[in-house]
Design a protein around this ligand. Structure first.
Ligand code: HEC
Length: 147
């Protein structure tokens, strides 16, 4: 766990300096690209959960690690003023950064834990997808807007 935290911290520092140098359009692009990656990884798990793809613990762990990477860096791409633009991020994020970060931390922890104990069978993947899905929905409902 200590090593994971250290690696996550290093990644966060590295991407924070990138975010600092980048304009708002870049921050929006970074967070959308990140979430698209999360969506793709989730798709990999959903396919296993539905039985459309064979359950592969290694592949599942890979998907979870990529989600975890995004979760660990996502918070760096919300500079003040970046609610404006081609984004579905709700202004509420900037009004309630603590609440937003709490939901983000849940995604960080859930994906890190699950990557270390990857699901071995369909029932386990289904349970995992259900758990993660609640987190996606919980944050999107509160901190995303329809455009
Ligand atoms: C902590 C909050 C949070 C969590 C948890 C979260 N998301 Fe998101 N997601 C966002 C925000 C904010 C955006 C809007 C980004 C923007 O448009 O700037 C977004 C956008 C997206 C998008 C659209 C990206 C685009 O191109 O516009 C997808 C797909 C997505 N999320 C998938 C997921 C999935 C799947 C999960 C769960 C595994 C998840 N998200 C969990 C906050 C979250």
């Amino acid at each position: 766990m200590k090593r994971i935290i250290a690696v996550a911290a290093a990644a966060a520092i590295a991407s924070a300096s990138v975010a600092f140098a980048a304009g708002h359009t870049d921050a929006i692009t970074m967070r959308k690209n990140g979430m698209q990656g999360v969506g793709l990884a989730m798709g990999t798990l959903v396919a296993m959960a539905k039985g459309e793809a064979p359950v592969d613990a290694k592949k599942a762990a890979g998907a979870l690690k990529s989600m975890n990477y995004v979760a660990n860096t996502f918070g760096d791409f919300f500079p003040e003023g970046s609610a404006d633009g081609d984004t579905t991020a709700s202004p509420k994020i900037w009004e309630d950064m603590a609440g937003f970060e709490e939901k983000l931390e849940a995604l960080q922890t859930d994906t890190a834990m699950a990557a270390m104990d990857a699901p071995q069978d369909q029932a386990a993947v289904q349970e995992l997808v259900g758990m993660l899905g609640k987190g996606c929905k919980g944050c999107h409902e509160e901190y995303r807007i329809e455009k």
